[in-house]
Each structure stands twice: as C-alpha cells, then as structure tokens.
Design a protein around this ligand. Structure first.
Ligand SMILES: N[C@@H](CCC(=O)N[C@@H](CS)C(=O)NCC(=O)O)C(=O)O
Length: 87
C-alpha cells in the first residue's frame, strides 16, 4: 500500500536500463510512490538530469535535498531510509 504521507520521490530512468529496473523494483517493494522521468537517449539532451546530478547517467534518485546516482548507492539508501524496521 502506498503511503501518501511520505515525500514524493523522483527517479530519472530509462526503460532499457537494468540498473533503473533494480531501483524501480526496490521502490515497489517498499511501497514508495515516485515520479519516473524517462531521460532522452542522447546524452546531450539529458539537460534536466545533468542539472540535478551533475552527470548524465541513470538511475538518479531525488528525495528532497538528497540526490543520488548509481543503483549501488540508491538501493541501500532506500532500505536505510524507508525499509521496515524490526518490531
Ligand atoms: N554506476 C551506475 C551506472 C549507471 C549506468 O551505466 N547507466 C547507464 C544506463 S543502464 C547509462 O546511463 N549509460 C549512459 C547511456 O548509455 O545513456 C549505476 O550502477 O547505477
């Protein structure tokens, strides 16, 4: 169930990107709502993700003031920030 009280996350991604799929699976697993932004294929057209993260590759997660690139950093961040704590 999606918790509407949680902050809206934004994920810059590409449908053909396996790293992005890993992050999307984790977001779904944690029940987190997010806005997915499909980046253009040419790097020169990826102005928004470059402006936000300083580089053109995806995935990039934006969570308020937090901007993270690389699925190997995004997934542990999501687990630590939003993962279910033991009772
Ligand atoms: N170290 C990054 C690598 C990300 C990465 O290589 N992303 C690919 C897409 S899967 C990318 O944006 N490559 C540039 C491109 O071909 O557009 C991660 O693991 O998230």
């Amino acid at each position: 169930m999606i918790d509407a009280s949680l902050p809206k996350l934004k994920l810059y991604k590409a449908d053909w990107c396996g790293y992005c799929v890993r992050v999307m699976r984790k977001l779904d697993e944690l029940g987190l709502a997010y806005e997915g932004v499909e980046v253009p294929i040419p790097h020169r057209d990826r102005r928004e993700v470059i402006a936000v993260s300083g580089q053109p590759e995806v995935p990039v997660l934006v969570d308020g003031d937090v901007v993270i690139d690389d699925d190997d950093r995004i997934i542990p961040y999501l687990d630590a920030r939003y993962g279910h704590k033991p009772e």
